[in-house]
Design a protein around this ligand. Structure first.
Ligand SMILES: CC(C)(COP(=O)(O)OP(=O)(O)OC[C@H]1O[C@@H](n2cnc3c(N)ncnc32)[C@H](O)[C@@H]1OP(=O)(O)O)[C@@H](O)C(=O)NCCC(=O)NCCS
Length: 227
């Protein structure tokens, strides 16, 4: 659990060691998980909520009491984005969740600043993936990079983080967000600023990235209309 970049808090966990049983999950969150068909999906859903609770408490330690009393819930809105609630009251906070492989991450911020987080494994992306989802400028950067796995996953992760800030996810074309990857070195355990531009929404968005082992995480902060 840690202070994140900008004005957010973030938390990360290993899915294999995150215990839903010992966490602050609420009955309503457990019911939402029970409605999911696949056991693997139930596990990531619950772990995401447990980590989101931690990010929210890192942002606002006064929430710890409600979480301990199993009153703090992170529930999906109709658009799919998570929202934080206490006793049926929507909190003026923004929360975001991502899971990939064994890594589960979450971030939280105070509205009107919205947060989006995305984690990706640093793995090979095919030329077809790069051609389909990146902009011409990003394709040029990835092609020229000495670490194309980092460059392509960083660009993809940043797009997803920004589109989570906007609460659209992949309903929007990933090429409507442009990422300016200027660094080839794999940073470890420290947030680095990343230049991104939303080509459809005029409000500025800021982003940071870091690597942890085989994973790259991007956090984006911006403003977005209420859901
Ligand atoms: C948001 C989205 C890009 C994330 O996809 P992903 O990379 O596979 O998964 P990640 O692990 O990084 O993120 C998943 C989390 O994003 C969050 N999320 C889902 N929809 C979101 C949205 N519209 N805005 C912000 N966050 C969203 C959820 O918290 C979800 O985790 P949870 O379901 O366990 O709570 C993708 O789910 C999406 O585009 N959703 C909107 C479009 C849609 O509903 N499509 C239907 C399925 S194809």
């Amino acid at each position: 659990m840690a202070t994140g970049p900008g004005e957010c808090a973030w938390s990360a966990a290993d899915l294999r060691t995150t215990s839903a049983a010992r966490s602050t999950l609420t009955p309503v969150e457990r019911r939402a998980a029970a409605a999911l068909r696949l056991e693997s999906r139930r596990r990531t859903f619950l772990a995401g909520r447990a980590v989101a609770h931690r990010a929210l408490i890192a942002l606002d330690p006064t929430l710890a009491e409600a979480a301990d009393a199993r009153r703090l819930s992170v529930l999906a809105a109709p658009d799919g984005a998570p929202d934080a609630w206490i006793d049926g009251r929507l909190l003026p906070l923004s929360v975001s969740i991502s899971h990939r492989g064994s890594q589960v991450v979450a971030a939280a911020s105070r509205l009107p600043v919205r947060v989006g987080i995305d984690v990706e494994r640093l793995e090979l992306r095919s030329p077809e993936f790069v051609a389909d989802f990146l902009t011409p400028a990003e394709i040029g950067i990835v092609t020229a990079s000495s670490d194309p796995d980092l460059a392509s996953n960083l660009a993809w992760s940043a797009k997803e983080a920004v589109l989570k800030v906007r609460r659209t996810g992949l309903r929007r074309d990933t090429r409507s967000v442009e990422v300016y990857v200027t660094c080839d070195a794999r940073r470890r355990d420290a947030w680095e600023p990343l230049a991104v531009r939303d080509l459809e929404v005029p409000e500025p968005v800021r982003a940071w990235w870091r690597t942890d082992g085989a994973y790259v995480t991007v956090v984006a902060l911006g403003f977005s209309p209420a859901a």
